[in-house]
Design a protein around this ligand. Structure first.
Ligand code: NAI
Ligand code: MG
Length: 357
């Protein structure tokens, strides 16, 4: 029996609601498959923990997580705690501390879910966005001076290193190579950003030589929004900087129907540390406690987690179950349905148990 150690960090808002849904489905899968077990430990870190301790996680939090095989993460963010504290206090230290430099965001229009784009259906939009997750515009390099004075200055320095760009390009080309179309689009802004982004382009061209069977092209980030919207069929695998991919992947999520169906994986491809799996969305306090959070993003990231753990059969079974349920119209309100989180989750578990899939 294969065993995987999972750290579950539901955290804030709808995080606990969607993580509970994910764990229910994972438990059902273990029983159905019978050849692996997940040893799950819960961590109560997040904004409530912050309000009682002054920290989002304990000082040795990263050390506590280190021995796990994967981290299953909900969302952070509370109306009464500043967003930079919640983000820099928990989620980013995990991504950075474990050097999860590849942020992988699959986007597809699932059956039964409609895109806001007229005439675009399942099959027309099947992308994976690879976001550089360790440097770029979110490196944390910068500062403030002359606070409060008229000459106050704030700098936010985007850092691009040869090592950092090379490794994300290699990851993206490999991922493109593993997909049927073997096609990568490199997003850039080298017309206006003449240093880091020009190096980014140069390294893309160098790494491309290692992958002669992968076709690739280059898009300026502004034009990319137009192509994503008007010609979604023309894209497959996409690589972009931390900031660019952050924005483009929210657009991708919206074009696929809802943020509530968009998953993400923060991967350490070298497997030195645990990787982290989470929905793209935040804590959504507008719907917290109403029982209507869409669990699909979290179920899909559980699929990514199972793939990472080598449980590809269980991963495929879970994805088929989710697609069967969306196709049957069992949907939460964000994607036009009337079902609750629990009803969608129960329907997915029923599909998992069913003999037909
Ligand atoms: P959000 O993603 O929480 O919500 C945006 C909109 O999408 C809301 O109307 C929400 O109801 C809806 N939505 C999100 N997930 C949904 C789901 N699963 N089912 C149905 N509807 C869903 O983003 P927002 O409102 O900008 O941020 C709220 C808090 O979350 C903030 O504190 C923000 O900093 C934090 N945040 C945290 C993230 C993370 O932990 N990775 C990512 C994004 C935001
Ligand atoms: Mg974002």
């Amino acid at each position: 029996m294969r065993e995987h150690k999972i750290a579950a960090i539901p955290a804030d808002g709808i995080g606990p609601e969607v993580i509970a849904a994910g764990l229910q489905a994972l438990d059902t899968l273990q029983q159905r498959c019978g050849d692996f077990t997940l040893d799950i430990r819960h961590f109560d870190w997040g904004s409530d923990y912050y309000k009682s301790t002054g920290r989002m996680m304990p000082e040795d939090g990263i050390a506590q997580l280190k021995s796990f095989d994967a981290i299953f993460f909900g969302a952070v963010g509370a109306p009464d705690v500043p967003d930079d504290i919640t983000l820099w206090g928990l989620r980013l230290p995990i991504c950075q501390g474990f050097d999860q430099y590849a942020n992988v965001r699959p986007t597809r229009i699932l059956p039964g879910i409609s895109s806001p784009l007229a005439g675009v259906g399942p099959g027309d939009l099947d992308w994976v966005i690879v976001r550089e997750n360790s440097e770029g515009e979110y490196s944390g390099n910068g500062g403030r001076a002359h606070r409060g004075l008229p000459e106050e200055v704030g700098t936010e320095v985007a850092i691009f290193t040869r090592a950092g760009v090379t490794r994300i390009m290699r990851y993206a080309f490999q991922l493109a190579q593993s997909r049927p179309r073997k096609f990568l689009t490199v997003v850039t802004k080298s017309n206006a950003q003449r240093h880091g982004m020009v190096m980014w382009d140069e390294i893309a061209a160098e790494v491309a030589l290692e992958f002669p069977d992968v076709r690739w092209d280059k898009m300026l980030v502004d034009a990319m929004t137009v192509r994503m919207t008007l010609k979604p069929q023309s894209l497959d695998t996409i690589v972009a900087t931390n900031l660019h991919a952050d924005i483009l992947s929210d657009l991708a999520g919206a074009l696929a129907g809802s943020l509530g169906v968009a998953p993400t994986a923060n991967i350490d491809p070298e497997r030195r540390f645990p990787s982290m799996f989470e929905p793209i969305h935040g804590s959504a306090f507008d719907i917290t406690g109403k029982g209507i959070a869409n669990p699909v993003a979290t179920l899909w990231t559980a699929v990514q987690m199972l793939e990472h753990l080598g449980e590809s059969e269980a991963a495929a079974r879970l994805m088929r179950a989710v697609e069967a349920v969306t196709a049957a119209g069992v949907l939460t309100p964000d994607v036009g349905g009337t079902a609750t989180t629990q009803q969608v989750t129960d329907a997915v578990c029923k599909e998992i148990r069913g003999a037909n899939i």
